[in-house]
Ligand binder design. Structure first.
Ligand SMILES: *Cc1c(COP(=O)(O)O)cnc(C)c1O
Length: 468
């Protein structure tokens, strides 16, 4: 068979790499990936010749070009930017908070240089990584001291281990919460070595329930904010002030797991969530919260409150396991900086900006996006190509804060909806676009909520939909 002769003509990978076009590719892309793509292409040609689907081997340059196309269409890394068109601001699956621009710049500078992470510049001696964000946190919350760990789950675990291991932590049955991702208070408690002493019932817990549970072996009184659910109806709850007063009267510390860390008031936006300063003033000795929920910064656990207690946390062995790197500190400190001026925070912190976005302005943005989409589709039609059969409209939507914060709050927003054929198919194409666009399908159409879109996202959407 002259099949064999044709098969022998398929160039070897090494020869392809030595060819001018091959070496040009190597200057740009890792050798291992280029070689792999070339091998995949020659394997395919070999199969096609053997199965009689192809008569002869293509030109060398043709093989390299095909391999290059395949390589360029493949994402270089796994973690990629996506467009969040869901209208859920703190979407845990999509990375929660988008950082303020100032934080992104600071993060990049610290990432690419040495820093005074554990170096005291005034004295020329060893310093502590805990000092960096602490100054701003104390200033913004009125706390005596502060500390960062990797996330709030770590903050809760470390606090329980350092303050209540082998001793009882008193907590209401109405606050035995589960946050997504296997964070369950009873499990964390067990992990820490603290002994959970549940009091009250699911819907009603009084201060007298805590009082009756006090004993020789009590280590801590705790309250946990039921972030992602609400108990309504026939309910009663001992307030933070009452629990703190009871703890102090008995020489015990009181800790509040606040969940979503808030540094400003959001009541004007219809969001009724506790803030750190307030909780400390009500008597919590430590307040624990996340850095990447309503606070709008990087993933971190923020501990604020009494210096002597935070000192105990710092010297616990788990503190080393939970310690934050310089990137987290850089992003957190630069985010906190925006809060020095409340108006500035609402402009600079994307989470706050998205929450406070004016409904009329959202509608205008949806109309502008809709117009760009229509124009994009028309320009495809003018080139005579097969334009996708789609129609666009502007419709009201209910956006959400997400991230287990303000679960009942609906933020009235606006979306561009896309109809045409199979909505699930449009959604899939958007999701598989080179910059993936995450959108919702409901009522036979795709919903692109503008609240969570960033300025740079609009062109991505127009491009993706005119190619769909
Ligand atoms: C979200 C949350 C946590 C976990 O915080 P992470 O920063 O995600 O680890 C713990 N407790 C409460 C009450 C929460 O809402």
């Amino acid at each position: 068979m002259n099949n064999n002769e044709e098969l022998r003509k398929i160039p070897r990978t090494d020869d392809l790499l030595l060819a001018a076009e091959g070496s040009a590719l190597l200057r740009e892309l890792p050798r291992a990936l280029v070689a792999e793509a070339l091998r995949e292409e020659t394997d395919r040609i070999r199969r096609e010749i053997m199965q009689g689907e192809r008569g002869s081997a293509p030109l060398l340059s043709e093989i390299i070009r095909k391999a290059e196309d395949a390589l360029r269409g493949r994402p270089a890394v796994s973690l990629r930017r996506v467009v969040n068109a869901t209208g859920v601001i703190l979407h845990t699956n999509l990375g929660r908070a988008v950082l303020p621009e100032g934080a992104v710049r600071h993060l990049a500078e610290i990432a690419g240089s040495y820093s005074n992470l554990e170096y005291n510049l005034d004295e020329g001696t060893r310093g502590s990584r805990h000092d960096h964000a602490a100054a701003l946190l104390c200033r913004l919350t009125g706390a005596e001291d502060a500390m960062l760990v990797n996330n709030n789950a770590a903050a809760v675990l470390l606090t329980l281990a350092a303050l209540s291991a082998g001793r009882e932590t008193i907590l209401s049955r109405g606050e035995l919460i589960e946050i997504g991702g296997a964070f369950r208070i009873p499990d964390i408690m067990e992990c820490s070595g603290a002994i959970l002493r549940e009091v009250g019932t699911t819907n009603r817990t009084r201060i007298s329930d805590y009082e009756k549970a006090l004993g020789e072996n009590t280590g801590l009184l705790m309250k946990v904010h039921p972030s992602n659910y609400r108990i309504t109806g026939f309910t009663e709850e001992a307030s933070l002030e009452e629990v703190a007063a009871l703890a102090h009267a008995n020489g015990l510390p009181m800790v509040y797991d606040m969940g979503s860390g808030l540094l400003t008031e959001l009541r004007e936006c219809g969001i009724n969530e506790p803030d750190i300063r307030h909780a400390l003033r009500q008597g919590a000795d430590l307040v624990l919260c996340s850095g990447d929920k309503l606070l709008g910064g990087a993933q971190a656990g923020i501990v604020t409150g009494r210096r002597d207690l935070i000192e105990k946390l710092k010297i616990h062995p788990l503190a080393r396991a939970f310690r934050v790197d310089r990137l987290t500190i850089a992003a957190t400190e630069a985010t906190l900086y925006e809060y020095l001026d409340a108006d500035r925070a609402f402009q600079e912190v994307p989470v706050l900006r998205m929450i406070a976005a004016d409904e009329a302005e959202l509608r205008q943005r949806a109309e502008a996006l809709c117009a760009s989409l229509k124009a994009g589709l028309e320009s495809v039609q003018r080139t005579g190509q097969d334009a996708p059969a789609m129609t666009f409209a502007v419709e009201p939507v209910s956006d959400k804060v997400g991230g287990g914060a303000a679960p009942e709050t609906v933020l009235p927003g606006w979306a561009v909806t896309v109809r045409g054929g199979d909505a699930a198919e449009i959604e899939r194409k958007l999701r598989l676009h080179e910059i993936p666009i995450i959108a919702r399908v409901a009522e036979d159409r795709v919903w692109l909520s503008v609240r969570t879109l960033q300025e740079k996202d609009e062109d991505v959407i127009v491009k993706a939909l005119s190619q769909a």
